[in-house]
Design a protein. Sequence first.
Lengths: 281, 303
Amino acid sequence: MEGKIKYNILYWIGYIFLIILALIWITPILWSLSTSLKLNENTYTYPITWIPNPITIKNYITVLTSGRGANIGLAFINSTIVSTLTILLTIIIDSLAAYPLARMEFKGKSVVFAIVIGSLFIPIYTVLVPRFMMFWKLSLLNTYWCLVFPALASSYGVFMLRQFMLSIPRELEEAALIDGCSRMRTFWSIIFPLTRPALATLSLFTFLSSWNDYLWPLLTLNDPTKMTLPVALTLFRTAYGNWEMGTVMAAAFTGTAPTLIVYFFTQKMIVKGMLTSGLKG
Amino acid sequence: MRNKKTGLRTIFSLSDKNPILPWLFLLPFLFFFLAFMVYPMIQGLYISFTNYTLLSEKASFVGLRNYQNFLRPGDLFLISLGNTFKYVALALPILLGIGLLTAVVVNAPIKGRMLFRTALSAPFVINVASVALLWTWILDREIGLVNYYFQRIGLPKQEWIYHPFSAMMVIVMVSLWGGLGSIMLTFLAGLQDIPQEFYEAAIIDGANKWNLFRYITIPLLKPILLFVGVSQVVAGFQVFGQVVLITGGGPGYSTRVAMQHLYEVGFSWFRLGEAAALSWVLFLIIMIFTIIQFRYLSGRVEY
């Protein structure tokens, strides 16, 4: 009985802690969203109001059409193109590479796999300077390719897809191989479709890292027409004053809306993805 | 013995008899991996021994001079490195502690746990530029929301990013705000991976909640703890966006971090040789940390 009361008290303390924490966590998002829907002159008045009066989408129209500071609409398109290219190429290249590592026996396999795992722990800055010089010499700075190519060198997807392919029953493809299908056929028509759940997770993580990347685009893009959103947003901010926070917050939300929306619909997948990336197996 | 013609045909065929078939599958990935990962690493090591700058084409070998420069007392690099250590020392226990705590709580059968999960993890998908815009607005000294409520309840206006200590705490808290999602979800995935039978057996043996956590959850979560710990140290040494966009390294040099220093040496001053040497010094420090963490934490890990 006493233990039960003690447990109940602990439960409620934990619950209240969680409610407060969750409120703190969403406050910056809600407050900025509220700011973005206010007229600029209503953003710095006392006392503060949480519900904008009037509610306006004027700021969003300014962000997407004015081009003052940086062209956010164009940056949105650039980010979309870069993310899409990166996702498509990552899926093809990484699943091709994962297949022999999961399913074939060959000399040098363990060496390749060890290098793949090892490179997961290499921080970006070790290759920052030489990569920059490479793209500079290749005259590929300020192009989509200088963002896409380095992403394809990441071994995260290869590792993750290989782990997933190991869990696919061998019998499925052995039947096809006995029937005389080539390895390539077997891969495309049996393994690739079965890897779909892992490919979806990989696409999601590739999307997030590609869309949100800041440092590398900052180094390689100085042409405003080629900028992706995070870089464009910081440039945008410099052209606006503290009395125009409604417009600035509208820009911040335009930059983050796609990731937030995707996140709300794919939460379960993200938890699963964390599991596969959590060094399982 | 096969003749040359069929040999070539085997090599380009996609049949199972082809000895290089696995390498054909690996080829596209290996191309990008060698070109944009392996080659730059080696190239970077070479550059670090030269006085290469973007401005002059001629670079000459300078031996260890780039590396020696970092050891000058009062060098900005040492200040930045010290701040990075300070940041990691502050952020790591807070991130791991709150991450584990929230994961355990939202894993329990409580009302509205999906709602809590969503609220706590949503910020991790927001890009750092937007994060910086949100937080500089919230923490604005004059018209920010936090100082507004501080005054409403009778507290003085805080300096936030204009005071050395609170500026560092702001960076740590923003990292916690943005990073909690990925840490919590990783722990959560690990918790859900622990077989329920372990707990049931222990409860029959009369174990209480704390014992369950201490003797079942923690030991079985060890590989995940190690993984999150290592990746957070690696991430902590790379902290860049939050700092550059929120405090700019200030006030003074009080929040200037190693990555910011590397960025300025390499890409504001174009001293690429020195920047390459910097990145290798950082890399070695991280390696040492990772090895120590594996040594001390992986003792009795069962995969």
